[in-house]
Design a protein around this ligand. Sequence first.
Ligand SMILES: CC(=O)N[C@@H](CCC[C@H](N)C(=O)O)C(=O)O
Length: 373
Amino acid sequence: MELSDLQTIRRELHQIPELGFQEVKTQLYLLEKIQRMKKSHVEFQKWKTGLIVRVAGVNASKTIGFRCDIDALPINEQTNYPFQSIHEGRMHACGHDFHMTIALGALQEIIENPLNDHVVFIFQPAEEGPGGALPMLQSEELNKWKPDVIFALHIAPDLPVGTVSSKPGLLFANTSELFIDFVGKGGHAAYPHLTKDMSVAASSFVVELQQIVARGLDPLESGVITIGKMESGFVQNAIAENARLEGTIRTIDPTTIDTVKQKIEMMARGFEISHDCSISIDYGANYYQVYNEERFVDLFANTVQQAGITYQEASAAMTGEDFGYMLKEIPGFMFWLGVESPFGLHHAGLQPNEQSLEVGAKTVVNTIQALSV
Ligand SMILES: CC(=O)N[C@@H](CCC[C@H](N)C(=O)O)C(=O)O
């Protein structure tokens, strides 16, 4: 596919971002593109709001899988693009518009030049939450065409176009969402002694949470607790009866996340006494670490270098990815694709360089070919 075709697809997808398991327009868009490419050796199945496409090999001994994620974030876009999101409060701020476009570009190439092996393209919903990889992996649809080896990519705003990066072993962290609800007693702003102020309780809780990482964990273990959203009260001159914190926990070791959760629960019991309130905790979606198999990372590094693309050894990151569940069951790896954006992932100004679409599609095709040898 020409760069201009990839750009058109990316821009059209960028305009219709949808949250996890609501990717209705996105699924239709992908279907329409796939129908146009479809030939007799191509089949597809829908899975919820996602899709699985299989290109049959000419003499297959295995199935190679490439997975891309298709959902967006509840972020208000702040780019100066003429093709901004038409969905208010929704944005492809994690590059999934790029991931889908690259998958479509690679799919077309593989349809036109089928390999010996079968190739399965997985368009997975709900990566940002509540998590589509695990239920998709357990689905009849995916099990019908289960890959023997699988890989995926993620855009990297801090890497130049023409550079890709990965590493053997741990690439992304273990994660758990974190939702904490506080219930106290509201009242007039002038009579705090008659109330249980949940704005104060929740604010102190946010600050105290950081002590769990600073003082509750072995300094040689890594952890992050981030509260990305807090809400309380409803008017400036009333004391808040309710508060809600929304955040995420990240750890390098899968067992450390349980330690963090225990400490949060102990802290909540203490706050219930000291603030005379009730606190409930929900951990939402939990993702398993992304762990790359060394032999595939080596093969990938050699393949891209032969194609004139720069390979850089990555460091592990505290980002999460439910693709970790797929890698737990199917051998493979994940890599970062350089897109040099002035703003990072999950930022309202994310503007990845579209030149990277061609590099991405070429890299995916080359990798599938290398895995098929
Ligand atoms: C690559 C990336 O940015 N992934 C997300 C995954 C989110 C998982 C979940 N909603 C959570 O916040 O724990 C990330 O934020 O790392």
